[in-house]
Design a binder for this molecule. Structure first.
Ligand code: ADP
Ligand code: MG
Length: 255
């Protein structure tokens, strides 16, 4: 424990909230503390993600404990993996639980539900997040999709079933369009991430953010927001939609 607190100090991480989990010193820590999938760990190593960055070391345990999270860390500090790693692990665990409940009788073409949803303000960023996600989900049996025009129209026409996906990465408008047309069921989403929350919570996006939140009806829903800067305005909004969040600030808090 002392070591973990020392690491927090060393990284200059400011962490506040009730019962804040201790940071991890290495990705291997996740195996003993959270029974992280060994394949997931291998995928990290294979992509040269050997040691967690400061934001990863704090944010990953929080999300693995299903805590709502407000995370602020500079550009280039590894925020993407800070939300992707626990998201993937949580979904693996959730899928195992679902399978057990069904007695493991359904082999092959089992129904999936979208359990993870990542919202990005731009298409380019959404695509980058999905690329990163594809790298770390290799051989895990997790299906992810970037909601581009073509995938959206496949959902709308029923050619591609949303039930094949575990995680969807999208911009707000594309998603809302599908939800309005009942082409996408978000009621099973357990993990929601807003990336670059500062943009997403700006007034022109705010209505869209609200529309998304109202489609997410699972009582298990766990929310995170990530940004390089978190204004007090965003923080206020975030607190309004979160339950007992942990707040992690790496480096200087701006604004
Ligand atoms: P941010 O979203 O905070 O701006 P990114 O998630 O885009 O940062 O990460 C920036 C770069 O750092 C990316 O190229 C990513 O692959 C790399 N990176 C992230 N985490 C690690 C890690 N643990 N070890 C090595 N490289 C990493
Ligand atoms: Mg980023």
């Amino acid at each position: 424990k002392e070591e973990a607190l020392e690491l927090r100090k060393l990284n200059g991480s400011k962490v506040t909230g009730h019962d804040v989990p201790l940071p991890i010193g290495s990705f291997e820590d996740l195996i003993s503390r959270f029974r992280l999938s060994k394949i997931l760990l291998q995928n990290l190593i294979a992509n040269n993600f050997n040691e967690p960055t400061a934001i990863q070391s704090e944010a990953i345990p929080c999300a693995l404990f299903n805590r709502d999270l407000i995370a602020c860390a500079p550009t280039g500090s590894g925020k993407t993996l800070a939300f992707l790693i626990p998201l993937v692990q949580n979904i693996l665990a959730s899928n195992i639980r679902s399978k057990k409940r069904k007695g493991g009788e359904n082999k092959g073409s089992e129904e999936k539900r979208i359990k993870g949803l990542i919202i990005s303000p731009t298409k380019e960023l959404a695509q980058q997040i999905n690329n990163q996600l594809n790298k770390i989900t290799e051989n895990l049996g997790i299906k992810t999709g970037y909601l581009n025009k073509s995938l959206a129209s496949k959902f709308r026409s029923g050619v591609s079933k949303a039930s094949k996906f575990d995680i969807i990465v999208t911009t707000p408008l594309r998603l809302i369009d599908l939800v309005k047309n009942s082409a996408l069921d978000l009621s099973y989403v357990e993990f929601l991430v807003f990336d670059e929350a500062d943009s997403l919570f700006q007034s022109d996006f705010l209505e869209q953010t609200d529309a998304i939140l109202s489609a997410l009806t699972s009582p298990k829903l766990c929310k995170s927001i990530f940004s390089a800067t978190i204004t007090s305005h965003v923080e206020e909004l975030a607190h309004g939609i979160m339950k007992d969040p942990v707040r992690v600030i790496i480096g200087l808090k701006e604004a």
